[in-house]
Design a protein around this ligand. Structure first.
Ligand SMILES: [Zn+2]
Length: 221
C-alpha cells in the first residue's frame, strides 16, 4: 500500500526571511528532516501546503517558495519527494490553481524531486474544481502536464459550498461535493493508481472503515 507523509501545519514555505533568518532556516531544516523520515518509511513523499505570503509584492511569495524548495532539495538524494498541495483560498488567492503548482515546480532547480497532491475539498472551495464541469479541470491539467506528477489525492468532501474559500473537510458523500462528483473525477485515467487519502472525521465506530469501503465500492476505483 502506498503511503504519504504530511509536514507540520505551521510550516509556511512562502515565508522567506520576512520573519527573520532563523525561522526560514528552521523551515528548511524541518522539511529536510521530514524527507529523511519519509524515506525511512518508504513513503512516496511529504505533502507541503503551497504557502501564504502577506506582503505588497505578491511575486515575492512565489520567489520565496522556489528558494525554499531549492535549498531544501539541493543535497537530497532520496526518492521521497516534496508533494505540493493546492490551497482552499478564495478565487484569486495564492496557491489554488494547477498553473501555479506546475510553474513553481518548473522554475525550481529540482523539478524531478517535486510532485503534487490534489486536495479535492480545497479545489472545490477555491472554485478551481466545479463538479458541473470536471472536464475543464482535467483538460487544464493535461495542457499543463500537472497529472503526470500527481502522486496523491486528499479525498475530502466539503462542509461549505463551491468557491467559499473555506478549508473545512467533510466525510465523503456528506458534504457539498457528493459521491457522484467524486466518481466522475476519479473515473478519469489520470487518477488510476494514485494514492487516495481521507483527511476527514472518523465514522460512528471511530474508524474510517465505512468510508473506505464506500470509496472502494465505487465502480471506477
Ligand atoms: Zn489536504
Amino acid at each position: 500500500m502506498p503511503s504519504i507523509a504530511h509536514t507540520p501545519y505551521p510550516i509556511n514555505i512562502a515565508i522567506g526571511e520576512s520573519r527573520g533568518r532563523d525561522l526560514y532556516e528552521l523551515t528548511v531544516k524541518s522539511l529536510q528532516n521530514d524527507l529523511i523520515i519519509a524515506e525511512a518509511c518508504g513513503t512516496v513523499g511529504i505533502v507541503v501546503h503551497f504557502g501564504h505570503f502577506k506582503g505588497s509584492d505578491a511575486l515575492q511569495g512565489y520567489k520565496n517558495i522556489i528558494q525554499c524548495l531549492n535549498e531544501t532539495l539541493s543535497g537530497w538524494q532520496g526518492s521521497a519527494k516534496i508533494l505540493l498541495e493546492n490551497q482552499a483560498g478564495t478565487p484569486g488567492s495564492m496557491g489554488i490553481t494547477l498553473d501555479e503548482l506546475v510553474n513553481i515546480r518548473r522554475l525550481s532547480d529540482y523539478p524531478e524531486k517535486i510532485g503534487f497532491c490534489l486536495d479535492t475539498c480545497h479545489a472545490y472551495a477555491s472554485g478551481v474544481w466545479d463538479p458541473r464541469t470536471t472536464d475543464v479541470l482535467v483538460e487544464r491539467g493535461r495542457e499543463l502536464g500537472y497529472w503526470t506528477d500527481l502522486a496523491a489525492v486528499h479525498l475530502n468532501d466539503s462542509k461549505y459550498p463551491l468557491g467559499s474559500g473555506k478549508d473545512r473537510h467533510e466525510r465523503i458523500g456528506q458534504g457539498y461535493i457528493g459521491e457522484e462528483a467524486f466518481q466522475v473525477l476519479l473515473s478519469y485515467p489520470e487518477f488510476q493508481g494514485k494514492a487516495l487519502v481521507l483527511e476527514t472525521d472518523a465514522g460512528e465506530d471511530g474508524t474510517h472503515r465505512g468510508d473506505i469501503a464506500k470509496v472502494k465500492g465505487w465502480p471506477i476505483v
